[in-house]
Design a protein around this ligand. Structure first.
Ligand code: BF8
Length: 488
């Protein structure tokens, strides 16, 4: 079966890549060019803006559903005023002043409205459509904060600890179970159950992996682009997945090896995978037992194994509470460090990686680096997660921890967020989620960098974002693709 590297040779659609394919009605689909509008009269700017709003709404819906699945699983309800508590008063007032917040802000309504205004014949003003993107940023922040809060309340707040990452954490002497996805309810139960099983080695992939790495020190085998490689080691008896960033290819790949693929979330079914959905903690415990049993039974079918990447040690498990905030404040004030860079988001194989990692390594001498998600893994695989200059704060929903760190450090310095030298850098995004997170960060008053965004870096559209960030926060957005020019 073809692996990710080969499938990447598929030619990208040049129209879709630039956000210029309009397929919201059956007068089209229309490909929009400089010279031509859509059949309905939609301009290039409007089509890009509408496509981007839908893209971002998809991302925010993933974070909100993550949080709502947790509420359902825990049988909890969330107060209507949740958003009010996530930001300092001055920021909340600013959001109100610039018209982003109504009294009864509803994150789900914002997603519904994003789909509504981009449907045939509603909002024809690209500026207004892009303004709605900012409201999607707030919906996303709601999801990030709620998911992080619920996970911390239920499973405990992470504390700094040593961890290990890369494919080398897969132990050929043990029965290996990989936990992959984003919603850690099953993984948490499984990690607890496996404490009594000396023959079982649990390893993580993507954000479920980053979550149990932060909280329990469970080794992290890979990020989004290594998910197939984890199975291709031939040493994984069972991979259990929940939701998001789980490539459908895993099903075909698992059949080439002895790996059993198990889905555990009712939102995510994969052909040929065993489906064991969980709805509450009792079911999570039962399914964990079953998973360990299935993995043990499957071990006898293991053939040759190839684990060709050494594991790396890392310091992980930071939160806004355990970061050395006082020391960071002093270093920023005396000029020992210039600022803070949050390196977040995916690892897109269409972007050359090593130059970016090298650039962040250089910058870590002059800046504190906070990191989450797949970029956290990338920095860790290069041995950069030292817990002194580069700090790992968990999964992508844990970008809420980065936002809280921004608030706290600014407060310690007696400043507002936008008076600090904070940059959020996402060098190689893949998913819609990365963009909704970026929109949330843009509402905090920090500089934003996106290293791969062919669909929104088109000048008239990009400058609408730039002007908004400049006007409201005196901050900037950059689409720099060359690491050498980043923060020079
Ligand atoms: O939420 S960084 S590829 S794994 S989307 Fe996915 Fe991107 Fe990785 Fe986690 Ni985040």
């Amino acid at each position: 079966m073809e692996r990710l590297g080969e499938r990447l040779k598929l030619v990208q659609c040049p129209i879709g890549l630039k956000g210029l394919c309009c397929k919201h009605c059956l007068l089209g689909p229309c490909r929009i060019t400089d010279a031509q509008k859509g059949v309905c009269g939609a301009s290039k700017e409007l089509v890009i803006a509408r496509n981007f709003l839908r893209f971002a709404a998809g991302g925010a819906s993933a974070h909100l559903s993550h949080a709502f699945h947790l509420l359902h699983f825990l049988k909890k309800k969330q107060g209507k005023k949740f958003l009010r508590g996530i930001a300092p008063d001055y920021l909340y007032r600013k959001w109100k002043r610039i018209g982003l917040l109504s009294k009864d802000f509803n994150p789900i309504f914002e997603i519904s409205e994003a789909l509504h205004i981009t449907t045939f014949g509603v909002d024809a003003d690209p500026k207004d459509v892009l303004k709605k993107c900012l409201r999607i940023g707030l919906s996303d922040g709601y999801g990030l904060f709620l998911a992080t809060l619920l996970e911390d309340e239920t499973y405990g707040k992470p504390t700094p600890k040593k961890g290990e990452l890369n494919l080398g954490v897969i132990d050929p002497k043990k029965t290996n179970i990989a936990v992959h996805g984003h919603e850690p309810m099953l993984a948490e139960a499984l990690v607890e159950k496996a404490k009594d099983c000396s023959d079982i080695n649990i390893v993580g992939v993507c954000c479920t992996g980053a979550s149990v790495l932060s909280r329990h020190g469970v080794p992290l085998a890979g990020n989004v682009i290594l998910q197939e490689d984890v199975i291709a080691t031939g040493a994984i008896e069972l991979m259990v997945v929940d939701t998001q960033c789980v490539m459908p290819s895993l099903s075909d790949l698992a059949e080439c090896f002895h790996t059993k693929l198990v889905t555990t979330n009712s939102s995510c079914r994969i052909p040929n995978a065993v489906h064991l959905p969980i709805e509450n903690s009792e079911e999570a415990k039962e399914v964990s037992k079953r998973i360990i049993q299935l993995a043990r039974e499957n071990r006898k079918y293991r053939k040759e194994t190839t684990i060709n990447k050494e594991k790396k040690e890392a310091v992980v498990g930071f939160t806004e509470e355990s970061l050395p905030i006082n020391e960071m404040k002093e270093e920023l004030e005396c000029g020992g460090k210039n600022g803070v860079i949050a390196v977040i988001g995916c690892r897109n194989p269409r972007v050359a990686n090593s130059f970016w990692i090298e650039r962040y390594k250089q910058l870590s001498k002059d800046y504190y680096i906070l990191t989450t998600g797949c970029m956290g893994f990338e920095l860790g695989a290069e041995g950069l997660l030292d817990g002194k200059h580069v700090f790992h704060l968990g999964s992508c929903v844990n970008n809420a921890r980065i936002a809280k760190t921004f608030f706290l450090l600014a407060e310690k310095c007696g400043k507002k967020v936008w008076d600090m030298n904070y940059t959020v850098s996402c060098p190689m995004p893949i998913t819609e989620k990365t963009f909704s997170i970026g929109l949330f960060f843009s509402l905090l008053g920090v500089d934003i960098h996106v290293g791969y965004a062919p669909h929104i870096s088109y000048e008239p559209v990009a400058s609408i974002f730039s002007k908004a960030l400049k006007k409201h926060f005196n901050k900037k957005i950059s689409f720099e693709t060359d690491p050498e020019n980043f923060l020079t």
